[in-house]
Ligand binder design. Sequence first.
Ligand SMILES: NC(=O)c1ccc[n+]([C@@H]2O[C@H](COP(=O)([O-])OP(=O)(O)OC[C@H]3O[C@@H](n4cnc5c(N)ncnc54)[C@H](OP(=O)(O)O)[C@@H]3O)[C@@H](O)[C@H]2O)c1
Length: 376
Amino acid sequence: MWLRLHPVCLRSQTRTVAGILLKVSRLRVNANVSRFSHSAGQTCKALLYRKHGDPSQVVQLEDVELRPLGVKDVRVKMLAAPINPSDINMIQGTYAILPDLPAVGGNEGVAQVVEVGHQVKSLKIGDWVIQRDPGLGTWRTEAVLAEDHVISLLNDIPLLSAATVGVNPCTALRMLSDFEDLQPGDSVIQNAANSGVGQAVIQIAAAKGINTINVVRDRPEFPHLSDRLKGIGATYVIKEEALRRPDIEDLFKTCPKPKLALNGVGGKSATELLRHLQTGGSMVTYGGMSKQPVTIPVSALIFKDVKVRGFWITQWKKDHSHDARAFRSMVDELCSLIRQGKLTAPACTEVGLQDYRKALDTAMQPFTSAKQILIM
Ligand SMILES: NC(=O)c1ccc[n+]([C@@H]2O[C@H](COP(=O)([O-])OP(=O)(O)OC[C@H]3O[C@@H](n4cnc5c(N)ncnc54)[C@H](OP(=O)(O)O)[C@@H]3O)[C@@H](O)[C@H]2O)c1
């Protein structure tokens, strides 16, 4: 993700982003030294990159050594791991945090514990676990991880939900909870509504009785996509172009103007979201898929006093790292929605680890509307 912010609008956010870069780069160095500094012992297969570049060119399936199991470590077998845009950007070398090289790709996924160190208290063999933090390299068949770098999940939820719950649904839940006091009947508008984050926003909002106005790019199969998103709880699904037409105001005769806009795209798309916000509402930027800067019309600031914010789940996790219950209770809330059938995994294509090149290429194509999930 290459996120540029319009210079006149977001001075405080730019400072925040710079702060994130400084703090997190220290974290990554530590994580990567431990992953590659041990010798001898067991190996596993992993998707490794030794330099930045085009993912399907620089990523290779290789044997890597597992570090010996420490007393507070667990050895896990990876079960499934998604390919997210941030994984691609890390390999390209354009993300806010970059691991030391060589690095194993992937930042989330679900694994099963197969061995525990003798001082491990919270985990046992057979448990499903997900990683707390990015940077552990999930595109691999096995890993040795510190007990406190993972949390367990009950294995009564679908595998694909478990593999994708730790980043996008967490982001969606936080953005719906932490910026505006949303009540049943309120509205949220979002772009990239068919993304993993977008699908989680739709479902979590629907579970809370909140309307969603979902903006997607036009495509030949728009009616099919619209039906699919409405099937998971979207109130309205509209094309980017429709958002610019005057008759969009008709929609607001039956649905309140949104208190919250969620921007994963940037550029004109973000500006259009802002135009429809309630006075005093918030636009939260969490992604920059168009690679275009966010421009805020002065009228939105002067006459509507909109709040322009940003969100990064990595920073939220870091800010809450002292409180082990914070991440746990968020994941528990999401798993409860999954069990109730109110939160499903995003539309996915399952791909064997050995077919990683195809999966990486597909993950970078526009209009695919399906997340690539590596199955180990
Ligand atoms: N800040 C955070 O904490 C946080 C957490 C999770 C994710 N993210 C970010 O959120 C974004 C979405 O992640 P995800 O995993 O949900 O993505 P995803 O499931 O892979 O979906 C990608 C989305 O981006 C859209 N898109 C791709 N290229 C675009 C372009 N040039 N212009 C407009 N839209 C474009 C796609 O729309 P089409 O179908 O039209 O191609 C699709 O809706 C990424 O930028 C990711 O890094 C941020």
